[in-house]
Design a protein around this ligand. Structure first.
Ligand code: FAD
Ligand code: ZN
Length: 467
């Protein structure tokens, strides 16, 4: 055993340094696109243990990859193939440290699973609104390290907007205590915001103070069928006008997305007939379910009168609401059943989305005849999951291998031309690192590199990711 492994055992206990045996669960990413090999998986249980691990790795010049729930989608949470990197798993840092109901804040450790954080808030009669389909496995540390988005962003913002403070172990193994529940703190550079979205390249997040909100009295969900994307956008404007801040979800799904759900998950009932676009609206109401239903029905009636919507269904029960969300959440599963596709997680100004899709749908149809678009996402905040599936009858893996680079060029050129971003919520990781280097303005890249150099001069934290 090397001196480093011996010392790590001393720091966290031999049972929590996994060196040999099957480490595949930690070494393979969720999409099974990246398979690495770790020198060891180390599982510290406290901030002090994390600091000790980082100091030992720094002293040995050994690179370190932080990992939470390993649900990341850009290959940033698994080691490379060299067998020389230590994987630091945060899952034993899983305590809720404090809930401050008067200040609407809670402090939790980085390895807490998102669903457990939501539940702890609910148990205190409050809401932690971050919500994504991976919430049963992803951790709050991972959510902050990727600045996760999800389905409630149009009302509550990304993980960044939901964070008041952080505790971080620096690349030198020092502990920065930046916790605390302040809404105002203008004392210089915002260090918290540097670590949020840094994908494990600047420090290890060990705890966070999070914003809480009053629990709504009721949430109410509806589906609406739209003939075109511009009509979905017009429906969004109407919903904002009528529902104001009670509009908490606005998801759009193109016809092919729901056709895939129909094909692969036929047990899921689809309340509306197939349409070019289906929108899922969610209202969170401080008064009552009846009030929410009233607002939702009135706004959909206006939308029908104006011809924005051709058909609509308002959920009659919590059960029906869940079914509507299941349809939306089933799209990633259904497309996986259909076979791997070429994925893009893009952001655009809502006002440019229809023009982007018009131009890019047509360009892809010309260049890759028969290819099929799975286009769905968080339309309310301008985030599309814009994925290209192989033509019927073409092996998906072959299509991906042969055309991924060319498809990406078409899509990302159009994204940039329409004022968008090549990564809305999943991050950069290994998957989009070269794309970022090509497309981010050189001035921005050089500031990012200067920050990395200042905070991690040895380059030991998640090397080769992001930059
Ligand atoms: P990991 O995958 O373990 O790590 C992700 C990154 O964070 C890595 O770079 C890692 O090094 C770093 N990291 C992890 N913990 C720490 C820490 N404590 N300190 C420093 N760095 C750390 N994402 C969205 O934004 N919106 C969605 O709607 C969404 N839906 C998803 C649905 C499914 C089914 C799946 C599988 C994923 C989805 N994701 C979504 C992506 C993923 O869930 C998020 O990126 C999530 O925030 C990752 O959390 P994690 O704990 O799994 O992090
Ligand atoms: Zn998403």
């Amino acid at each position: 055993m090397t001196a480093l492994l011996y010392a790590l055992r001393g720091a966290v206990g031999a049972a929590h340094v996994l060196g040999d045996g099957d480490l595949a669960a930690w070494e393979t990413d969720w999409r099974k696109r990246y398979r690495g090999r770790a020198l060891a998986v180390v599982r510290p249980a406290s901030t002090a243990e994390v600091a000790a691990v980082v100091r030992l790795c720094a002293a040995h010049g050994t690179a370190l990859v932080p990992q939470g729930g390993n649900t990341g989608l850009v290959g940033a949470s698994v080691p490379d193939a060299s067998g020389t990197q230590v994987l630091l798993s945060t899952t034993r840092l899983n305590r809720v440290r404090a809930i401050d109901t008067d200040n609407l804040a809670m402090t939790v450790e980085a390895g807490c699973v998102l669903q457990a954080v939501q539940q702890a808030a609910r148990d205190a009669g409050l809401l932690f609104p971050l919500s994504l389909a991976a919430e049963g496995s992803c951790t709050i540390g991972g959510n902050l390290a990727t600045n996760a988005g999800g389905t409630q962003v149009l009302r509550y913002g990304n993980a960044r907007e939901l964070c008041l403070g952080l505790e971080v172990v620096t690349a030198q193994g020092e502990v920065w205590d930046g916790l605390g529940g302040l809404r105002k703190d203008n004392t210089g550079y915002d260090l918290r915001d540097l670590f949020i979205g840094s994908e494990g390249t600047l420090g290890v997040i060990t705890a966070a103070t999070l914003k809480l909100f009053p629990l709504p009295a009721a949430t109410m969900t509806a589906l609406a069928a739209c003939a075109s994307l511009p009509r979905c956008v017009a429906l969004l404007a109407l919903a904002r006008e009528r529902a104001g801040p009670t509009l908490t979800g606005f998801e759009a799904m193109n016809g092919f997305s729901l056709a895939l759900v129909r094909r692969h998950l036929p047990q899921l009932r689809q309340p509306l007939a197939p349409a070019p676009w289906t929108v899922l609206l969610e209202l969170s109401d401080a008064e009552s379910a009846a009030h929410a239903r009233g607002v939702l029905e009135a706004l959909l009636e206006t939308a029908l009168e104006r011809g924005l919507v051709d058909d609509a269904a308002v959920a009659e029960s919590i059960e029906q609401s869940r079914t509507m969300w299941h349809l939306r959440e089933a799209i990633p599963l259904a497309q996986a059943e259909e076979g791997p596709n070429i994925k893009h997680d893009i952001a655009l100004p809502v006002s440019r989305i229809a023009a982007f899709c018009d131009a890019t749908d047509a360009a892809l149809a010309r260049a890759f005849p028969g290819s099929r678009l799975v286009n769905f996402g968080h339309l309310g905040d301008g985030n599309l999951h814009y994925n290209l599936q192989a033509p019927e009858g073409v092996a998906p893996a072959d299509f991906l291998r042969e055309h991924e680079a060319a498809v990406n060029a078409v899509v990302y050129d159009a994204v940039v031309a329409h004022g968008g971003s090549i990564s809305a919520e999943h991050g950069i990781g290994a998957l989009k690192r070269d794309e970022l280097a090509r497309r981010k303005p050189p001035v921005a890249l050089s500031m990012m590199r200067a920050i990395k150099q200042a905070l991690d001069p040895q380059g030991l934290l998640n090397p080769g990711r992001l930059l």
